[in-house]
Ligand binder design. Structure first.
Ligand code: PLP
Length: 484
């Protein structure tokens, strides 16, 4: 055996490593066996000899040999210690071999929105994080933890904590016109996990799911991962606009809509279309997924009720999230399911989805029940309206000649549609990213190829102070005008 090699590997280990000498020697030997420097059948030196050679105690060597024997890297016989066979070929160093597997085929090809810093202008979907009442939240969390009994550290109710489900149902009845009892509310880890659950629980691989075109890529990812077949349905000024042949040729199992503030272009699904969709979904035995992600922030006109509340037992899975109303890292969302689906869903979750984070849920329940939630919403609504007004004014002034604003009546973002449909908005979006501005290209939200994709940008304004708006829009306008 080449002691020199082992000696240099052993002494080359960084001094700051918090490992004992025994552990270091074990690691060196294990690495040498794994990458076949020490081949199968090689007899390791006697412990005393190796100890002398390396200048360590004999116990250190004995420990390392023992550990290797326990893990199956060496065998001990009467004559000493021999390197065992690793079964198949020895594994070369990890870095040397490229991994030959990756994401599943069904998740590939999703158009990636540019990975970027979500804390800058105009990253859509992120609330004004600095305005969240963290001190109050910390106090409620602390109180929730102090109230927990040991039994509440166990796996929790898969549907979520009852006080939170009750607080959500109370809020939805008043604020969103929902027809809901607390038993119909299921707590999830946010809308993305609600979408995964809907796709898994209420559809089978190969089933068709309708999506708005353009539409939300997070939903598309969830549906693809569940091996559903997305069908893009055109969105017009009244929202999702299916034609008769869609119902015949692309009969859906699930219909995903964002009726209160279409994502990304912001249209509101008209009442007539809502009623028709509910009736036709009933006929087709389909379920509508109503993603009500940011409708708490309505800036113009009276508040709109949700679709779920339009008819008793509407075939609607209503999805809500606290990512916009509280903060995204909270990772708490919820689903409201028709009464007939409560028991089957609860049974499915009991088998497959243990729930926890009880203290977070209880703190959130108290935040809602004590009125902090409504107060925070009121404050944010006022703030976002000011920011939206400033953004719309700046866009009209600096880009009004080449683009139109859509979807500013609610939420935390709007769509800026460029009139020149040949503009390469992806290239412009990349250029803006280089200037520190996040403005996802609208064309990347296309679902299918049935219509010309919208060209332009999605602009989130919730995090952008009024004073900063003009300067940022001027930068945006310079990039757009330069290109045309
Ligand atoms: C259309 C839509 N739905 C839902 C969400 C929120 O998802 P989550 O609750 O997983 O944060 C977003 C976030 O940007 C969204 O844009």
């Amino acid at each position: 055996m080449d002691y020199q090699l082992l000696f240099s590997a052993f002494t080359a280990l960084p001094a700051h490593m918090p490992w004992s000498r025994q552990r270091q020697l074990h690691e060196c030997l294990r690495g040498a066996i794994r990458n076949a420097t020490l081949a199968r059948g090689t007899r390791l030196p006697a412990s005393r000899t190796l100890a002398l050679e390396l200048g360590v105690s004999r116990n250190t060597v004995l420990y390392a040999y023992d550990q290797l024997a326990t893990e199956g890297f060496v065998l001990s016989d009467r004559r000493g210690t021999v390197v065992a066979s690793l079964g198949a070929v020895a594994l070369p160093d990890r870095l040397a071999v490229p991994l030959r597997t990756g994401l599943s085929r069904r998740t590939q090809g999703l158009s990636a929105l540019p990975g970027s810093d979500m804390s800058v202008a105009f990253a859509p979907g992120v609330p004004s994080l600095g305005d969240f009442p963290v001190t109050l939240w910390r106090r409620l969390l602390d109180r929730a933890w102090r109230s927990l009994k040991p039994a509440q550290l166990n796996y929790a109710d898969p549907a979520g904590e009852l006080p939170l489900r009750t607080a959500i149902a109370d809020h939805l009845r008043v604020a969103r016109g929902a027809l809901v009892e607390s038993g119909q509310v299921f707590i999830t880890d946010g809308t993305q996990s609600s979408l995964d659950l809907c796709a898994r629980a209420f559809a089978d691989p190969g089933d068709k799911v309708w999506m708005e075109n353009p539409g939300y890529q997070g939903a598309l990812a969830a549906f693809r991962a569940a091996q559903l077949k997305p069908v893009g349905i055109v969105v017009d000024a009244e929202g999702l606009a299916p034609v008769a042949s869609d119902w015949l040729r692309h009969r859906p199992k699930l219909i995903y809509v964002t009726p209160s503030h279409q994502y990304p272009v912001g249209t509101v699904l008209s009442l007539a279309r809502r009623m028709a969709l509910i009736a036709q979904a009933r006929n087709a035995a389909a379920l509508i997924i109503e993603d009500d992600y940011d409708s708490e922030f309505r800036h113009e006109g009276p508040p709109l009720s949700c679709m779920q509340g339009l008819a008793p037992d509407a075939p609607v899975l209503y999805l809500g999230t606290f990512s916009k109303t509280m903060f995204p890292a909270l990772r708490i969302g919820f689903m409201v399911v028709p009464a007939a689906l409560v028991a089957p869903l609860a049974a499915l979750l009991a088998r497959s989805a243990p729930r926890g984070r009880t203290a977070d849920q209880l703190a959130l329940a108290e935040f809602m029940q004590r009125g902090h939630f409504s107060l925070h919403l009121r404050r944010m609504r006022r703030l976002y309206r000011q920011r939206r007004d400033a953004l719309v004014a700046a866009l009209e002034q600096h880009l009004g000649d080449v683009a139109d604003v859509y979807g500013g009546s609610a939420g935390m973002h709007l769509a800026l549609r460029l009139r020149d449909a040949s503009t390469d908005d992806v290239r412009l979006s990349t250029r803006l990213l280089g200037l520190g501005i996040v403005a996802p290209a609208l064309s990347l939200h296309a679902v299918g190829t049935r219509i010309q994709p919208w060209r332009g940008f999605l602009l989130g304004y919730a995090q952008v102070p009024v004073e900063a708006m003009e300067k940022l829009v001027k930068m945006l306008a310079a990039v757009v005008h330069n290109a045309s």
